[in-house]
Design a protein around this ligand. Structure first.
Ligand code: ATP
Length: 308
């Protein structure tokens, strides 16, 4: 297949991590999935992916950056899976790529790092190979790769239903400041859901995003948003990793407007009023030795986007 790009040329995509502002879960279904009602917000922690042409049928990846040693650099990497799926469905067998991934989204941190990389690969390779794919085509392929991939393509603030992959944009005013406490352990999403099933065999009390949360986003009110954050998986994550309970308490005592475990954890997200409060909270958490790393981020930000 002819490429409009010179062979040495690179397509570079940046993809963001996410926080779930609300995450409500129904019980385990016979197919193993849980019905979710969630509100995602993309935040300013980014992975970068470079894609270059390779011979037809050749797919490779290198991984650098934070926790790179925890990320597989083979066909099990979600970015490679995404490139292969795209090649199968649209590449007519005549394409290949060499991917270079630079990670800063925490690995197994509940921030959809792998899904962000899959989204980045779909976008990068569709441009690299000059494929006739619409944004909707990529969303559809993304849902086959993982429930969070469509949101990682879209970014911003969105409601997710079904497995979290059926998206509707949410009106959100303003920008929110967050402090993330990265944990030095890992929590696997399936393990957290298993504990959730043990704790709540019939699912959570209500499979509904709190209306107060949507109203807070519409009015751009961080105080109201902080009071509406909810994550049904949090008790399960805390029971598997009790240290998270201490981190949540410390952040609240240090003045966070709201606090929750991000997705299935173990990253903890604190909403703060402004940059000054973000700095104060970061210093407070660090001085108590809480978290592998503390990072200040903001959201919403866009999803996977070309940067060159
Ligand atoms: P989520 O929030 O979607 O539940 P997560 O952020 O908790 O996911 P990931 O960082 O996506 O977790 O990693 C989940 C698993 O996927 C890890 O075991 C990791 O080794 C594997 N993995 C495969 N590809 C990638 C990738 N490109 N980046 C990170 N992890 C990957």
């Amino acid at each position: 297949m002819a490429s409009p790009l010179a062979e040495a040329e690179v397509v570079r995509v940046r993809a963001s991590g996410k926080i779930n502002l609300a995450l409500r879960s129904g019980p385990r279904r016979p197919d193993g999935y849980h019905r979710l009602a969630t509100v995602f917000q993309a935040v300013s922690v980014f992975d970068e992916l470079d894609a270059r042409w390779a011979d037809a049928g050749e797919f490779s990846i290198t991984v650098e950056g934070e926790q790179a040693e925890l990320v597989p650099a083979d066909d099990s990497n979600l970015a490679v899976k995404a490139a292969r799926l795209l090649a199968r469905e649209y590449g007519a067998g005549g394409v290949g790529c060499a991917l270079e991934l630079r990670k800063t989204i925490p690995v197994t941190g509940g921030m959809a790092g792998g899904s962000a990389d899959a989204a980045a690969a779909l976008l990068a390779c569709s441009v690299l190979w000059d494929l006739d794919t619409s944004p909707d085509d990529l969303l559809e392929l993304g849902a086959k790769l993982g429930a969070d991939v469509p949101f990682c393509l879209a970014g911003g603030t969105a409601m997710g239903t079904g497995r979290g992959d059926r998206l509707a944009p949410v009106l959100s005013r303003g920008s929110y400041q967050w402090v993330l406490a990265m944990d030095d352990g890992e929590l696997s999403t399936p393990e957290v859901f298993r504990r959730f099933d043990e704790l709540h065999p019939t699912g959570s009390a209500a499979l509904e995003v709190p209306p107060s949360l949507l109203n807070a986003l519409i009015s751009g009110d961080p105080v109201a948003l902080g009071q509406s954050l909810v994550n049904d998986l949090e008790p399960a994550a805390v029971s598997l990793r009790p240290q998270l309970g201490r981190v949540l308490r410390a952040g609240r005592e240090l003045g966070a407007l709201g606090a929750l475990v991000s997705g299935s954890g173990p990253t903890v997200a604190f909403l703060v009023a402004d940059e000054r409060a973000a700095i104060d909270l970061s210093v407070g958490l660090a001085s108590e030795g809480l978290g592998r790393a503390i990072r200040r981020v903001h959201g919403p930000v866009p999803g996977a986007r070309l940067i060159s």
